[in-house]
Design a protein around this ligand. Structure first.
Ligand code: NAD
Length: 504
């Protein structure tokens, strides 16, 4: 572990403020990053103060004035080098993700691969920040739209994707011409420092140190200052609905922009015609993978009544075979929850499930020993159980039965969140219905694959209490830019729109 940390430039105590390079935060409150597998401290961070925050914002403002003048394809070339730097250090960064948040190694590496893929996507995107042109109603006039950068933007990230959520935002923002100030979760500060440090080296080489900044501090002091800061025209926030509601209100209060990626309550519908082996594998990865700590984790399962008994029995048996343990060890399928508080939330949910009449078919327990391990819980549930409407960020899957597809879709949609959904079916009609206006109300709707593990090419995000934001691919870049509509007159006259006459 010591070798890994030193290769990534981490020491026992690390700076919590980076205006490009590290600022001296000695004397700041020390926060330990805990390995959730063992409960041991990996390394600590000396938290940033408001003074450091000012330095980081000032550096991002200064860098913005120069960065925005670099042609977008040139910005793309620098982002390509950032992708190459992550490629070179993928193994170390992936291991650090696993060490710090407990996801299994193939997922830790997969997360870094997602960031590399984002860099590749952004290189192309840097040549495709297209505006539309339109026909003017006036003679010898031309109209078009163009997109400009916004300025320094704030990015707040959740613990569960400590590297990729930043990349979804920052790499797009950088090609758009913005500079970026990152406030990561205090539960995963080391991945943030290692990622920042590595990619800042690339920017510094090109004379743009400070175009990315990192600020690690308390929510009450640094977080609140950041979301109230008029100098940051956009706050992109990923995390719980509770946090997003507060951030949204605050940023709206200063008429700033918010991009929100919040909690989900994702569901899979399995029809009678489905390939049940495929469905079983999709459900297992969705519900148990990442110990249920993905925003897109499968939390509810709707089974057609004719296959419900058999599929539930197969799932219960599969649940008991899931290899739980050290996420760095080969063969492990499920690592720990992030911390003791997460384990307590899981246990509270299990109590509520029992009190509300749910039947635990598998799991529901804490695993003895060091670390924050639990067993994945499979629960026979009824639609009236209030807890099923909430996102518990842990591996708990609620199983329901249905008779016809309309009923299943109605139940699926009847929750406050709207992130990810999927159907397993061999029926073309059912698949189309699920994807139609009367189908899933989620931002993501899949057929014959599970709810989690999205590719970066599409726009990622969800509706309702998930916040409505879209990140990563497609035209998500528009959220990081401002649109300008331009009308040019090359006639000798000054005709007014809509035929208005205003002559002396
Ligand atoms: P969280 O809401 O506890 O924290 C998220 C981030 O918000 C952290 O960096 C935290 O420090 C910050 N924060 C909290 N209060 C703040 C304030 N007042 N001002 C500024 N920042 C503040 O979430 P978490 O436990 O880290 O992550 C799990 C949650 O994130 C789940 O609900 C999950 O569904 C969600 N999530 C959503 C997506 C998505 O794309 N929709 C992706 C990953 C995680």
């Amino acid at each position: 572990m010591t070798d890994l940390l030193s290769r990534l430039g981490l020491s026992d105590i690390n700076s919590g403020a980076w205006a490009g390079g590290a600022l001296d935060t000695t004397g700041g409150e020390l926060v330990a990053s805990e390995n959730p597998t063992t409960g041991e401290t990996i390394a600590s961070v000396a938290l940033a103060s408001l003074e450091h925050y000012e330095q980081v914002v000032t550096a991002a403002q200064d860098a913005y004035l120069r960065w925005r003048m670099l042609p977008a394809p040139k910005r793309g070339e620098i982002v390509r080098e950032m992708g190459d730097a992550m490629r070179e250090h993928k193994d170390d960064l992936g291991r650090l993700v696993t060490l710090e948040v407990g996801k299994i190694l193939s997922e830790g590496l997969g997360e870094v691969q997602e960031s590399i893929d984002m860099a590749d996507l952004c290189v192309g995107m840097s040549r495709q920040l297209f505006g539309l042109s339109m026909h003017s109603e006036r003679d010898r006039h031309r109209m078009y739209e163009q997109w400009h950068p916004l300025g320094p933007i704030g990015v707040i990230t959740a613990f569960n994707f400590p590297n990729a959520v930043w990349a979804w935002n920052a790499l797009v923002a950088l090609v758009a011409g913005d500079t970026v100030i990152w406030k990561p979760s205090l539960k995963a500060p080391l991945t943030a420092i290692a990622t920042h440090r590595l990619l800042n080296t690339v920017l510094e080489k090109h004379g743009y140190g400070g175009a990315i900044g990192l600020i690690i501090g308390s929510d009450a002091e640094i977080g609140e200052t950041m979301i109230n800061d008029q100098r940051l025209p956009l706050i992109s926030a990923t995390g719980s609905t509770r946090m997003g509601r507060h951030v949204n209100k605050t940023v709206a209060g200063r008429l700033g922009r918010c991009l929100l990626e919040l909690g989900g309550n994702n569901a899979i519908i399995v029809e009678e015609s489905a390939d049940l082996d495929l469905a079983l594998r999709g459900i297992l990865f969705g519900a148990v993978g990442t110990a249920g700590q993905r925003c897109t984790s499968t939390r509810r399962l709707f089974l057609h009544k004719n296959i419900a008994a058999d599929l539930t029995a197969s799932l219960a048996s599969a649940y008991k075979q899931v290899r739980i343990g050290d996420p760095l060890a080969e063969g492990t399928l499920m690592g720990p929850l992030i911390d003791a508080q997460a384990v307590q939330m899981y246990l509270d949910a299990i109590e509520q499930i029992k009190a509300q009449g749910g039947e635990i078919l598998a799991g529901g327990e804490v695993v003895d020993g060091p670390g924050h391990f639990v067993t994945p819980a499979l629960v026979r549930a009824t639609p009236d159980m209030a807890i099923c409407r909430h996102e518990t960020f842990a591996p708990i899957l609620y199983v329901f039965e249905y008779e016809d597809l309309s009923e299943a879709i109605a139940m699926q949609n009847d929750v406050p969140q709207g992130l990810s959904s999927s159907i397993f079916t061999d029926s073309f009609r059912s698949s189309e219905r699920f994807l139609s206006h009367e189908g899933s109300d989620c931002g993501i709707a899949n057929v014959n694959i599970g709810t989690s593990g999205a590719e970066i090419g599409g726009a990622f995000g969800g509706e309702k209490e998930t916040g409505g934001g879209r990140e990563a691919g497609s035209d998500s870049w528009k959220a990081y830019m401002r649109r300008q509509t331009c009308t040019l007159n090359w006639s000798p006259d000054l005709p007014l729109a809509q035929g208005v006459v205003f002559d002396l």
